[in-house]
Design a protein around this ligand. Sequence first.
Ligand code: ASP
Ligand code: MG
Length: 416
Amino acid sequence: MGRSVLKFGGTSVADLDRIAHVADIVAHRARSGEALAVVVSAMAGDTNRLVSLARGAAGDAVKGDQFDDEYDVVVASGEQVTSGLLALALRRRGIAARSWLGWQMRMHTREGHGAARIDGFDQESGLADAIDGGEVAVIAGFQGVTDEGRVSTLGRGGSDTTAVAVAAALSADLCDIYTDVDGVYTTDPRIVPQARRLTKVSYEEMLEMASLGAKVLQTRSVELAMNNKVSVRVLSSFAAPEDDNPGTLVCSEEEIVEKQIVNGVTYSRDEAKVTLYGMEDKPGISARLFSLMARAGVNVDMIVQANARGQGRANMVFTCTSADSDKARAILEHHRDEGLFENLDVTRDVAKVSVIGVGMKSHTGVAETMFEALFSKNINIDVISTSEIKISVLINADYTELAVRALHTAFDLDAS
Ligand code: ASP
Ligand code: MG
């Protein structure tokens, strides 16, 4: 049998009982003859605890040239613990296993500490030979080593990316991401009980869903999987080892025969709307405005500009995360005397609701169905934005759940 990469997240290794359960799953698969590399996250909550310890020691300076390499040393330790614990639990079950830390497998990274990017690991480290020889490699996720030999970390949620990078380097048949849900759903089952688990979802759709708040996979891991054509499966770590546990396969569009027009409805309440009234209507104003935002690190999402009649003035609306909205307001107020705009309004009681599906590329009428469904519930649309496989609307946050339910039904996603 071929090589497989399995990954277990924080809730799956949250305590010794959960680790024992993970060891049972891994042992079951090892006995069936798969060559296994298993990537683990830190125990749930541990990385947060380590981050605050690092902050406590460094003060506000925790991010900064003098500090951030040591920040990585601290926060990477959570994964060292779980890799050792899982190797121990596997040996207890009679399975040959050893832990591999980032520097031992020489998982090379570049760019900043705390947000490093993976270049790949050294095949000479012996990891591939070890797993082909029947020893389970338990890999500490989220960490690597810089060219200078220092410990680095990948940014929060980075163990998913470790798993995909390892799968790509090992040419593994499968990259199974075990987590606390049994797959990717058409929408949030807490809002729509009729939500269905998707059998397959394309990389592109998953990227839209991941960045829109379906927090199953780190966005960067999906990009890496797409670029390297790694098939990723999301499945439950709570199922028994011998259970049927098909999960959701994240794969290329060509592998999906039955393409749905819409595969998912997502929402985000973490939005703010900035309205600028009476903007000067001449070249360079938008460039100036959004360079101010970019320099302040405000991530702007939807943008709409409309010419107010006459006067050479226009109005503009843009959205950003509610966390960034105070910053956006402060910058705009600060530059008010440049005469970029006359009045300013910032509200946070908005939500973004989106429908996503690769089938949209070849079907018309999706916007019509969406807007009809919202109209039937008397929901007003504030801002609209579209991409090839997504339509998003900004609405009053009070109607988020109503909108999600209406759209889920309108696009025939409800389970029968
Ligand atoms: N432990 C790290 C975090 O909490 C990495 C991960 O779990 O993927 O962000
Ligand atoms: Mg995660």
